[in-house]
Design a binder for this molecule. Structure first.
Ligand code: FAD
Length: 512
């Protein structure tokens, strides 16, 4: 193994580990990771990927982070999410904002796998709308803080020794000081875990509810300044969006690899399946999506490794298009593999189920597309700066000009503005993708196809934008509720009995 290239060493380790020790279907069925996995991963450095070497971490470059997460995603989403949570959700707020004594104490434990970490933001009442959180912290006269509240869906929530809890802080007199982060040792009295959430996929890595009942932490637990929690979370989690896309990319690559093998060996009515025009088209489009994501992530990583500024829009684009496109490539592979794709033992079905999550967490596609569109609307010059930086050819520049016009022409009505922001966010992402792929078009015939494919996606979206933006064609919220209310006649009231081992309480948001 190459000790000079830590990422290569990790890739070699992971490939061998997968062959010798992993059985994803069994992990799924048992809803657990193999017992030695955490310590095995720690030994090779996978739990301290970007922790500085001075704290015993690996200090990997961003390009190497992508390589490692693509490999993890290709093997199993549970492994990818374990490492995503430890390395990009739990660790960055500590590196960024904990005080030096806390870093000296905690970071080596994380880097060597003696402790796990996560971040707790989501709550029963809020997900994407972080500023609406209810968990509260009060500053005590001794300078410490008392935290009360509840968090939901926390990955590693029942396993992590250190949890970054974000809460609305008030001073001793009840005056609001803003969202603030606290590094909480989960052994502190008042830290409560449970129940475990039973999720559609990602079954080997459970999520938990957490509750804090008069949980007292010292002043040293505070992450950054009072009131700086939202900014810390934003900065700390931005880079995690790229590795989520890198992981999904790995799953898409593995799925396409299997679909291509199947198509090559399979005979259908027209002869070789791999030679059938329609199948070639499906596979080529999925391949273009995968290559486009790969290029996009490599571009971002190269800028970061060179110490260049990367505007937030690129991270949003990576999360939105990376997770959407790579997951849809998994879906295409599953369809091409037909019955074999649907089998639980053939990997692709499991990737399909597990990576569905990546379109939802750490910023759902809709929430961050609307956010990106809103930001661009406020600062149209920001979009032009993105375009100028990559200096695309005439065709893409012309399309970018049309996007800029659309950004500059928002509607007045609130609901129409939501749609407009979403259309803008999506078009901005596709402009970035078209720029990146056109820049790489000369590298191979596949790269040329991918560039044309991405440009066509942008053109098609621009063509359908006027229809998408005509919000008046939508039924009103009340009309639609009426329509769905009528389904009861066709399907009755069929809420099923809940078994004791399941989360048995009916979710109040789902009761009719
Ligand atoms: C397996 C799993 C693991 C998780 N791990 C963690 C964790 O470790 N830590 C943590 O803090 N959280 C975690 N989460 C929570 C996750 O981050 C949230 O589920 C996510 O932020 C979405 O929130 P929500 O589910 O409450 O949906 P909501 O935010 O209520 O969204 C509901 C719907 O509205 C859409 N929507 C939301 N905002 C907008 C908008 N502005 N415009 C248009 N549409 C919008 C969404 O796309 C979605 O379709 C996890 C979730 C899961 C399922």
């Amino acid at each position: 193994m190459d000790t000079e290239d830590p990422a290569k060493r990790m890739l070699g380790f992971l490939r061998e580990y997968a062959r010798k020790f992993l059985n994803s279907r069994l992990m799924d069925e048992r809803r657990s990771l193999p017992p030695a996995l955490v310590s095995d991963f720690a030994e090779v450095g996978l739990l301290g990927l970007q922790i500085p070497r001075s704290y015993q971490g690996q200090e990997l470059s961003h390009s190497d982070m992508n390589r490692v997460f693509t490999q993890l995603g290709a093997i199993d989403a549970n492994l990818a999410v374990l490492c995503v949570v430890q390395n990009t959700l739990g660790t960055p707020p500590i590196v960024l904002a904990a005080n030096e004594a806390v870093k000296q104490d905690v970071l080596p434990r994380l880097a060597t796998g003696r402790a796990l970490t996560t971040s707790a933001i989501s709550e029963p009442g809020i997900g994407s709308h972080v500023r609406g959180m209810d968990t509260s912290a009060r500053r005590n006269p001794d300078g410490g803080y008392t935290i009360n509240g509840a968090k939901k869906w926390i990955s590693l929530g029942g396993d992590a020794r250190y949890v970054n809890v974000f809460a609305k802080l008030h001073d001793e007199h009840g005056q609001p000081l803003g969202i603030t982060g606290f590094l909480v040792d989960s052994r502190t009295p008042g830290f409560q875990v449970g129940p475990e959430m039973l999720t559609l996929g990602l079954r080997a890595l459970p999520q938990y509810d957490l509750a804090f009942a008069d949980l007292r932490v010292p002043a040293s637990a505070r992450l950054g300044d009072e009131g700086s929690g939202a900014a810390i979370a934003k900065t700390a989690f931005m880079a995690g969006r790229v590795v989520l896309a890198a992981s999904t990319l790995g799953a898409a690559m593995r799925s396409l690899e299997l679909a291509q093998r199947f198509a090559t060996g399979r005979t259908i009515a027209t002869g070789s399946m791999a030679e059938n025009g329609r199948i070639r088209q499906i596979l080529a489009e999925a391949g273009a999506a995968v290559q486009a994501v790969e290029e996009l992530l490599a571009r971002i990583a190269a800028w970061r490794d060179a110490g260049e500024d990367v505007p937030d829009a690129w991270y949003f684009c990576a999360k939105i298009l990376g997770c959407e496109l790579a997951w849809s490539a998994v879906d295409s592979a599953l369809q091409v593999m037909a019955a074999r794709g649907f089998l639980d033992t053939n990997t692709v079905g499991q990737h399909f189920r597990d990576f569905r999550l990546f379109r939802i967490f750490e910023g759902s596609t809709e929430a961050i597309t609307v956010y990106l569109g809103t930001v661009m609307r406020r600062n149209p010059a920001g979009f032009l700066a993105l375009v100028d930086r990559l200096r695309p050819g005439a065709e893409v520049r012309e399309l970018a000009g049309q996007v800029a016009q659309l950004i500059a022409d928002p509607p007045g009505d609130a609901a129409a503005r939501h749609v407009h922001a979403s259309v803008v966010g999506d078009l901005v992402c596709w402009t970035m993708m078209a720029m990146v792929t056109s820049g790489a078009a000369s590298r191979s015939p596949m790269h040329a196809y991918t560039a044309l494919w991405a440009e066509r996606q942008l053109r098609d979206r621009l063509r359908s934008a006027p229809y998408d933006l005509d919000e008046r064609s939508l039924p009103t919220a009340a009309e639609f509720a009426d329509h769905v209310g009528g389904f009861g006649e066709a399907i009755g009231d069929i809420d099923q009995k809940r078994w004791p081992a399941e989360e048995w309480r009916a979710d109040p948001l789902l009761i009719g």
